[in-house]
Design a protein around this ligand. Structure first.
Ligand SMILES: *Cc1c(COP(=O)(O)O)cnc(C)c1O
Length: 336
């Protein structure tokens, strides 16, 4: 694998720490739990999109872009981080937001990520109803800008295409290096999966190097079969971009969709419990949409006895804590 042949900018603080969660491990009495702190990537409160944006915005720059266009839900972490990264290289970002979640009132609509979008200088073009074809909305707008002589670069939701997924190929390499430094045998990597770039990049990176470490994605939205198919498609395209030998075996793609609850952006009681446990046992802030659901899944699987106590599980904290402020009312209401 030759990641060095792809253009890359440097926005992040790497390597992110890989640390044991001793209190949570003791509390659950299962395998040894480790956390990879991709919430500490820097860039406007951090998160997993930093890694993708290093490759995406380098590609934009190579292509001579003068404006970035992207999309996401109202409380999108991807949108917040894209605006920040583009600002750093002097490019404006125009954003299309989707009202994918309507249950949470004023703070959801105005605080958290969307407050930061504005502070970072993002231009919100439209705030569209749930179910809108967001890719089409962006393409139409890009077409209009082109007729005005502009050079737009369109980044898909979550930054999830093969170029963006290279960021998680890089994370896979970083993790393998850290595990050898610590003489740590990793039995499984677990993380929240949404637009699929994170899992696709990890799978491509870990398997192209023959590490054989299994990756389990906890879905925050789609049912298992659809999510596995989407991850597989993107992982395979990423594999081809890397010009890795052979192909990624389909059975390497593992998704669990048992923790989605009522849908995207709607925390379950398990999500809220995971938020509290990590905050109170480890001083770590998860988020209500992604990492809280992912951790809720891991906690439940441990309670079901799926792991043995001599195993090492690495949870990738993909960030998102800025979104907590959009969920103020819900968090205040939750009482254990
Ligand atoms: C985007 C995001 C994810 C999901 O990553 P994908 O690459 O979209 O699957 C997980 N956690 C957080 C906090 C995110 O913002």
């Amino acid at each position: 694998m030759h990641l060095s042949r792809f253009p890359r900018l440097h926005f992040g603080h790497f390597p992110t720490p890989l640390e044991p969660l001793d209190n949570l491990t003791r509390h659950l009495g299962g395998p040894r739990i480790w956390i990879k702190r991709d919430d500490c990537t820097g860039l406007a409160t951090g998160g997993n999109k930093t890694r993708k944006l290093e490759f995406l915005l380098a590609d934009a720059q190579t292509k001579g872009a003068d404006v970035i266009i992207t999309q996401g839900a109202t409380q999108s972490n991807h949108v917040r981080q894209t605006i920040a990264a583009a600002a750093k290289i002097g490019l404006p970002t125009h954003v299309f937001l989707e009202k994918r979640v309507t249950d949470f009132g004023e703070d959801y609509q105005r605080s958290g990520n969307i407050l930061l979008d504005d502070l970072l200088g993002g231009v919100i073009e439209q705030h569209l109803p749930a179910g809108t074809d967001m890719q089409q909305a962006m393409e139409q707008f890009a077409g209009r800008l082109r007729t005005e002589g502009r050079r737009p670069y369109v980044i898909p939701g979550g930054g999830s295409n093969p170029v963006g997924a290279l960021g998680y190929v890089a994370c896979a390499e970083e993790l393998l290096w850290q595990s050898s430094q610590k003489r740590l045998r990793i039995d499984q990597v677990v993380h929240a999966t949404g637009s699929t770039g994170t899992q696709a990049g990890l799978l491509a990176g870990l398997n192209a190097t023959n590490s054989g470490i299994p990756v389990l994605g906890i879905s925050v939205r789609a049912p298992r079969e659809r999510q596995e198919e989407n991850v597989y498609q993107l992982a395979t395209r990423t594999w081809q971009l890397l010009e890795a030998r052979g192909e990624l075996p389909r059975e390497k793609v593992q998704v669990n969709s048992d923790y989605v609850g009522d849908g995207y952006g709607l925390p379950t009681s398990g999500t809220l419990e995971a938020l509290r446990l990590l905050a109170r046992l480890e001083g770590i802030l998860l988020d209500p949409v992604y990492s809280g659901k992912g951790m809720a899944g891991l906690i439940d699987l441990i309670r079901q006895g799926r792991y043995s106590s001599d195993q090492n599980i690495v949870f990738i904290h993909t960030g998102g804590s800025a979104g907590l402020f959009g969920y103020r009312q819900l968090l205040e209401k939750y009482d254990d």
